[in-house]
Design a protein around this ligand. Sequence first.
Ligand code: ZN
Length: 367
Amino acid sequence: MKFFDLCNSRIARLREDRAAQDSRDQTWMRITTYSLMKLLVRQGRYSERIIIFIPLTVFLILGCQGSRAGKSNVQPNTDAAEVSLKETAAGSAKFTEADFARHVNQVTARIRKTASSADFSIVIEPPFVVIGDEPLKVVKQRAADTVKWSVDRLKQDYFTKDPEEILDIWLFKDAASYEKHARLLFGETPTTPYGYYSSTHKALIMNIATGGGTLVHEIVHPFMEANFPACPPWLNEGLGSLYEQCGEENGHIHGFVNWRLNGLQKAIRAGTVPSFKTLTAMDTSAFYNDDKGTNYSQSRYLCYYMQEKGVLVKFYQEFLAHQKEDPSGFKNLQKVLAETDMDAFKRKWEKYVLALGEDFELRPVRP
Ligand SMILES: [Zn+2]
């Protein structure tokens, strides 16, 4: 009972933190330590405008804010672009300014090819390039508040390597734009209304109208691919979906209870949730294709349980270090949880998950 009591008081605190974060989202423009230098490129032959935003250090910004205030958005500022690309590259351990410049050129060429009439803004947020068809300040806000925020915190706890290539994050403003551009840019019809990571296209393709949580989920995948290529689906999706509803606690990324709980509780009551041995042993086909509806949520709430016990990061590191001897992570799970009988543990975990519903307000969509 003590653990649950602790949990309940913690939940109240987390809710307050969450509210504070929501408020932080609203006031980002006031508190950010970043500012952005803009370069507007008018495409003579095409109807779309492509606007590039690049984060600068505070030092540089102080020098450019005055001129930015009075400057029209219409004239390209190539000097500014050159300086800011250098700064941007300095923020990336892996890619140079020339790499980002080349990549942005490829992105603009790709947009032109689609003959889309949308206005796109481009923000460089290493190791990503964020491209959106929303107003400029919204795209830069998402790049800072969601992409940079989560990348910094995921790296702090889990990931030491950036993805091998610069990846694009496409943020489409609504379902119509998401579906249209997935087709025009990638020849694909999305199978999810939220967004997905395409390893083939080196891109995260998002309907950002559904919220930033799915974006954080998808950001986990390319980092996992770069840092733990043999990671089994349960941990890849468990960690991704843990952070689709997240905030910060003690300076670290923290997952909250979310909409996946309800279905999992129903399955627990129905006795249809597989054993952890079965879940962790699932290959890609078993996890994704033969999912009876609980693979994501079971994985998520296993990660959530470890997070609440304070052993999630430890588990990730232990598993990463011993993946050859234990490719599913099951043995490391037992070790970190200090559980010998995993069937008994499952009963304990199920009780824990069922109790979560008593105190949490479920949110249907992410932050
Ligand atoms: Zn995923």
